[in-house]
Design a protein around this ligand. Sequence first.
Ligand code: TRP
Length: 362
Amino acid sequence: MNAATDKPRVLTGDTPTGSLHLGHYVGSLENRIAMQDEYDCYFLIANVHALTTRADRTADVRRDTLEIVKDWISVGMDPNKSTFVLQSEVPAIAELTWYFAMLLGYGRLMQNPTLKDEIVVKGKADSYSFGFLLYPVGQIADILAFRPACVPVGEDQVPHIEMCREIAARFNILYCTETAQQKGSMEKKLKRAMAEGVEGVFPIPEAKVGRIARLTGIDGKQKMSKSLGNAIFLADEPKAVQKKINKVFTGRGSMDDPPIVEGNTVLEYLRAFCRDESKVAELTERYSASDLRDGDLKKEVGTIVNELLEPVRTRRDGLADDDAIDVLKSGTARANAVAEQTLHLAKQAMKYNFFARDLAWR
Ligand code: TRP
């Protein structure tokens, strides 16, 4: 809870790997926009994590960082309601990463399915950096630095939130309950804490997965992703959007074959982006009855997606790099106030508050 606003806190973030796309929209962005009034939202740009794959391309990461801020604002995340946080300028996150890393077994980390997957997908074999293995712990620090009630994320991030919940509980058991350091099995206490909650510095935050956990890409097969080259970006021009949708395979080999409804990616987009339920039903029905051809359906869906993206494009046009930097600067200042307090509370619980910190540099 934030004392100043009385609203429960929310924290989530994106790694700046390039522009955001429609998969992000239905998987997470939409949730964030909806939560801004009821929650005290912190939206973090994981620009340190971006270095796990691009330590040699910091200028690119810098550019992508500013592009994400512009994407966020243009989609309706509002820096006047919410706090935009630049990860690299919140030192408490880096410090908490150390303490949390001590509470996570190496074996447990390597069982994390998202991490395992990334090792395979990114073709790293065993050549990944040590920092790459550290990023899920860094993510736990991103989250817990803000002591949020809830973390809206895409489905692929849920294993990280699970680990975060365990670490929060472990910290509370170990440092915030009197007898924890002396007796009883940690594993038993952890089990009970995960089920019943446990008092302490950290809440055990809930993951909140978006309306559509997995949006198929325009290849009609894999999950929409920038790196797979199958994405429709929020910043795509109307013509590019229509062109991409025109290319989507509807599942049938020729127009003489009957229309395929199950697993048809164009219909999936219709359901994902058309807010008028009766229109979804009507178009689906006409398509099934061969009363609407593939090309017509694609035109309809292209128009629907473009209507959704129109205000996003307009807002984006007016945004410069300096606007993005201003928003990050003021947001990160607010964020540091919260994160420093968390670090203070954590150290106090650990009995590591040897003396008050008074750092300054000019
Ligand atoms: N790992 C997340 C992703 O790639 C980004 C992220 C970093 C994040 N820190 C976070 C998400 C904290 C939620 C909470 O999408």
